[in-house]
Ligand binder design. Structure first.
Ligand SMILES: [Zn+2]
Length: 49
């Protein structure tokens, strides 16, 4: 099992199970919900590290 941190809300997400992910500048980000994904995509520079 792999986990990643949701950059929007800070929650730890299981990358195998989460329904929401997005690629930005060559990196894949994972989100707890599609809502967090939408927030990220609305302003990715604010969240991407
Ligand atoms: Zn989230």
């Amino acid at each position: 099992m792999a986990s990643a941190k949701d950059p929007v809300c800070g929650m730890t997400v299981d990358t195998d199970r989460t329904p929401a992910s997005a690629e930005y500048e060559g990196k894949t980000y994972y989100f707890c919900t599609p809502g967090c994904r939408a927030a990220f995509l609305a302003d990715p520079n604010k969240y991407a590290s």
